[in-house]
Design a protein around this ligand. Structure first.
Ligand SMILES: [Zn+2]
Ligand SMILES: [Zn+2]
Length: 130
């Protein structure tokens, strides 16, 4: 089995350690994120031209998607609730085969985004628009 957050084989996964990225990420919000259903490992090597395309797609639609997410889930970090420095985050990172698509995006503050890194964590279930 593969870890739903880091995509590694369960026995190689470090997510359960007390100071893992996942633990630090969750400590900021204090909530247990929704694990993503995975039956296979996340992609290791995504071709550079695919990554470039996904990044361009994100840039081209950034303002639109940001506005839609803010309207649907609230204009704050989906993990910790911080209202400042929110950015669009890929739930499944581009580096793991995630696409730039509305369904794969959430709003995170810069700090949560930094800690999350290449983990796949869906926090949208926590967000509640005012
Ligand atoms: Zn893991
Ligand atoms: Zn945050």
């Amino acid at each position: 089995m593969y870890c739903a957050y880091c995509g590694r084989l369960s026995r190689r996964c470090q997510c359960h350690r007390p100071n893992s990225d996942l633990a630090r990420f969750m400590a900021r919000g204090g909530r247990t994120p929704e694990p993503l259903a995975r039956s296979s490992a996340y992609k290791r090597a995504v071709p550079p031209q695919l990554k470039r395309r996904e990044r361009q797609l994100l840039r081209a639609n950034y303002a639109d998607w940001f506005e839609r997410l803010a309207a649907e889930y609230g204009d704050c970090c989906a993990n910790c609730g911080a209202a400042e420095n929110t950015v669009l985050d890929h739930i499944v990172p581009i580096a793991k085969g995630g696409r730039s698509h509305y369904d794969n995006l959430q709003l995170l503050c810069a700090e949560c985004n930094r800690i999350k890194g290449k983990l796949a964590i869906d926090c949208r279930c926590f967000a509640h628009p005012e």
